[in-house]
Write a protein that binds this ligand. Structure first.
Ligand code: PDD
Length: 281
């Protein structure tokens, strides 16, 4: 595979990053993941804008990452990923400097790294739906920044896997915020409910897109807190995200949601999403 590091395209095995990189030492970095469908990037600008937002929040010396769109396109070409699904991973750190909590000199170049890999969609999960568990949200208070500091996410996700669930949903102060790598939506009485954007959740690009689909399909929706105590009464539940797209959730903590089968509104949004990808931008 060919990857990208600081302006160069290199075979993956030749890409070397210093152990003094602040991403390695402090998780001082941000990332994003863009899906491509048959070689076409899905919502690339929105992902790169989010990367810029994160770079601003972390006070990086550079915050415009629009130039990465052609980089992603070239990675698709160089890795011959123009058919089928692929994911492009991009990571930007504050660069290389001797370990010190203080930021390095402002002119220290950021480390900018990207890879493109084929992606196998989770067809079975999309078809039958998944089981999830609720997990305490032990993350920091800037979950709106897509940082590479993902230990709370990976621990929670692993806990879900150990419980034979496919995803964990974070609960903070009685409210379900989002998944470990997805956003969450519920259906109550024909209305889609999803937690509002705050510093405690990531503003998912897929979430935004699915809400737009709701508008187009005249499906009522509301951005309002989703309480842990209400979730078992939801008629339907789903997770949405770049890798999971729209995936039905059929059980939470071993209790069925609705009939215990993917719900009709979830299916409608899932189908609309699948129709849209590829021609969405
Ligand atoms: N994660 N919430 C969290 C915590 C996430 O990590 C993600 C995506 C989402 C969904 O956002 P989007 O629709 O923009 O992909 C929500 C990526 C895919 C990852 O970490 O691999």
């Amino acid at each position: 595979m060919i990857g990208y590091l600081n302006g160069q395209y290199l075979p993956q095995e030749n890409i070397v990053i210093s152990p003094e990189d602040r991403g390695f030492l402090f998780a001082d970095g941000i990332y994003d993941v863009i899906r491509s469908y048959n070689g076409k990037l899905f919502r690339a600008k929105a992902h790169l804008d989010r990367l810029s937002y994160g770079a601003g929040a972390l006070q990086f010396n550079q915050t415009d990452f629009g130039y990465l769109e052609p980089v992603c396109e070239r990675l698709i070409q160089d890795n011959r990923l123009y058919r089928g699904d692929a994911v492009i991973y991009m990571q930007v750190t504050r660069g290389v400097a001797p370990r010190s909590h203080a930021f390095p000199p402002i002119e220290t170049p950021l480390t900018v790294y990207a890879t493109a890999r084929p992606f196998q969609p989770h067809q079975q999960e999309a078809e039958t739906g998944i089981r999830v568990i609720l997990v305490p949200d032990q993350r920091w208070a800037r979950c709106d920044v897509k940082t590479i500091g993902l230990l709370a996410n990976t621990l929670a996700h692993q806990r879900a896997r150990t419980s034979l669930a496919a995803e964990g949903l974070f609960v903070r102060d009685g409210a379900v915020m989002e998944g470990t790598h997805s956003n969450v939506m519920a259906v109550f009485d024909g209305k889609v409910i999803t937690p509002p954007r705050t510093n405690y959740m990531l503003a998912g690009i897929t979430r935004e897109f699915v809400l737009r689909l709701c508008g187009e399909l005249s499906v009522p929706f509301l951005e309002t807190p989703l309480y842990e105590s209400d979730i078992r009464n939801a008629d339907e539940l789903m997770i949405v995200g770049t890798t999971v797209e729209v995936t039905p959730v059929i059980a939470v903590n071993g209790e069925n949601i609705g009939s215990g089968e993917p719900g009709p509104l979830t299916r409608k949004l899932q189908m609309a999403f699948h129709r849209s990808v590829g021609f969405a931008e």
